[in-house]
Design a protein. Structure first.
Length: 148
């Protein structure tokens, strides 16, 4: 059974990403569009990385962890041509006291894996998020604290 969730950022939605979740796996469907272009005629690796980061983080939240990205790794296997409808999938491998380990992949229509990724996500401190989205307070710098 698929569940609609409020996932994705304005950035990933601008790329046309449509998020869904089912049995702990976050799936993102998107077509490589000109807004994603890097090398002429192909999606930029950074655009693919952003989608994977967002999907892996969403998988952590789906599993009940309010987490933030701290480390990401990507293996780019194949280029993604513009105009190609592709799928991003992400899931949590395991969670510990303060860390969540997730994996993800970008697959092409023929099933070939274009990008593999893994990430470590740290649990956010209590009160860091308001209603699951956004910062409760602006982040402060040491200079802000010395003025108080």
């Amino acid at each position: 059974m698929s569940h609609a969730h409020h996932m994705g950022t304005a950035f990933t939605k601008a790329m046309g990403a449509v998020f869904s979740a089912d049995q702990g796996v976050v799936t993102v469907r998107v077509t490589a569009s000109p807004i994603m272009e890097g090398p002429r005629g192909y999606a930029h690796g950074g655009a693919l990385a952003a989608l994977l980061d967002e999907a892996m983080g969403a998988a952590g939240w789906l599993a009940g962890y309010q987490c933030l990205t701290v480390h990401l790794e990507y293996d780019f296997r194949r280029p993604v041509p513009l105009g190609t409808a592709f799928t991003v999938r992400a899931w949590v491998e395991c969670g510990e006291a303060r860390k969540v380990f997730a994996r993800g992949e970008v697959t092409l229509p023929d099933g070939a894996v274009a990008v593999e990724s893994s990430g470590i996500f740290a649990l956010a401190p209590p009160g860091f998020f308001a209603s699951g989205m956004g910062l409760v307070e602006p982040l402060r710098t040491p200079a802000d604290d010395s003025e108080a």
